[in-house]
Ligand binder design. Structure first.
Ligand code: FES
Length: 146
């Protein structure tokens, strides 16, 4: 094979592979990944969360709130550019650009464009209490501890 032919074939293959990757990436947006059992976050014993307190789960960028009735879970990711929120007297504050949210995850001041996401807390088939980041719920959703 001549050098010119090799370069033409290599370039053609590269263009085809790049095109295939672009097409697959484009099509993936129409098929969002379904939250599966693997993505769920097992919370363990609910008593490990202090009552009337937001506990930060660093590995999952999540705050878990427990009261005397049950457990709720809210994203700790700022809706502006994704920085991790810190607790404040009003609720949550972003250390990057100063957005503030109340305890319900509602934006008090920007630049955050949207409220925080609350996630479903439920009991899995094997009896564990889990957070499902793939399922958004209202801020009033609470898994009741019996
Ligand atoms: S990333 Fe939170 S305000 Fe910009």
């Amino acid at each position: 094979m001549k050098r010119r032919n090799f370069i033409q074939k290599a370039a053609g293959t590269l263009v085809m592979v790049t095109g295939a990757v672009a097409v697959v990436s484009y099509l993936r947006q129409f098929f969002p990944r379904r939250a599966g059992e693997k993505r769920r976050i097992a919370l363990g014993d609910p008593r490990r969360f202090p009552v009337d307190t937001y506990t930060f789960l660093q590995d999952h960028n999540l705050y878990v709130y427990r009261d005397h009735e049950g457990i709720r879970a809210v994203s700790a990711v700022c809706t502006h550019l994704g920085c991790i929120l810190e607790r404040s007297t009003e609720g949550f504050t972003c250390p990057c650009h100063g957005s503030c949210y109340n305890d319900q995850g509602e934006v008090l001041s920007g630049p955050a464009p949207a409220d925080l996401s609350w996630y479903e807390v439920n009991r899995s088939a094997d009896g564990r209490i889990v957070v499902d980041p793939g399922r958004s719920v209202g801020a009033d959703h609470k898994y009741l501890i019996s």
